[in-house]
Structure formats: C-alpha cells, structure tokens
Write a protein that binds this ligand. Structure first.
Ligand SMILES: [Zn+2]
Ligand SMILES: [Zn+2]
Length: 156
C-alpha cells in the first residue's frame, strides 16, 4: 500500500478551491447511503476523517450544498460544484470528512469502514475491514479510530 505524506494538498475539479491537511487521518470510510449515492453521482462516497484543526481551505470560498443541515454541512466549490468535504459537529469535537479524490495523491486511500450497506447497490463492494448496515454506533468510533491508527502506525 502506498503511504501518505504530510502535508497533503488537494483541489476541486476546476481548481478554484484548494485544501490542505496537516495531520494523519483519524479514520477512512466509504458510505453506500442513497444520499451519498446522489451527491457523489456514484455508488458510494469516500471520506477521510480529519480533526478540524488539521484541515484548512487555502484558496477559494467553498459554499454549503447538499442537505444544508445543521449536523453535517456539505461544502462544494462555488464554480464547479464538486462535493469536496463535510464539516461535522462544532467546537473541540468538530471534524472534517474530506473526499480523498480531491487530494493530489489519493493512492494511499483505502476505506477502513463502510456504512449503510443496507442501501448499497448489489454489486458495490469495498475492501473495508468493518461493515455496518447503517452508521457505526457512536460508542464504536473511539475503538475504530484506535484500531485504524494502530494499523497505520504499523505500516509506516
Ligand atoms: Zn471548482
Ligand atoms: Zn452516506
């Protein structure tokens, strides 16, 4: 498997918005829910979870799109409308789910978990090590992040 190198940089389809990641991901995943199918125009969305203070928009002004909800805010390039990242939560616990295909190099990316397999297209499979019919229960995240971090540490 390819290794990631920090900082990681990325951009939308047209290049008007650029982002930067300065710390290793907390978790990686794929989501098969029908909402992600619609927003990604694909079988599933991909996410790299990053703590909010390790992520920055270095160019451009992304705009809210998607569900315009309070819990998860979906950010898009104002010009090309690429779905770039999602901000979840607020304060110290806030984190960002970046779509890894925005990165200059996404070759290191493998989804560690997959969610909403209950809604997946029949043929859609991923190499995720943990599968959930919906989202993992909240209390599972700490253990998942610990296991993911441990495996990343062993790879490096
Ligand atoms: Zn763009
Ligand atoms: Zn989803």
């Amino acid at each position: 498997m390819n290794m990631l190198t920090l900082p990681m940089t990325g951009h939308c389809r047209c290049g008007q918005v650029e982002v930067r990641v300065t710390a290793p991901p907390l978790l990686t995943g794929a989501c098969h829910c029908t909402g992600c199918q619609r927003m990604s125009s694909s079988a599933f969305s991909l996410s790299v979870a990053i703590s909010h203070d390790s992520f920055e928009v270095t160019k451009g002004e992304p705009v809210i799109g998607g569900m315009h909800g309070d819990e998860a805010r979906h950010f898009h390039c104002p010009h090309c409308k690429s779905w770039m990242f999602t901000r979840i939560g607020s304060g110290a616990n806030a984190f960002v789910n970046l779509r890894p295909t925005m990165l200059e190099d996404a070759s290191w990316f493998v989804p560690f978990i997959e969610s909403y397999t209950s809604e997946k297209l029949p043929w859609a499979t991923t190499p995720a090590q943990h599968s959930y019919k919906e989202f993992p229960p909240m209390e599972a995240y700490l253990a998942l992040m610990a296991e993911y971090g441990k495996q990343q540490g062993e790879d490096h």
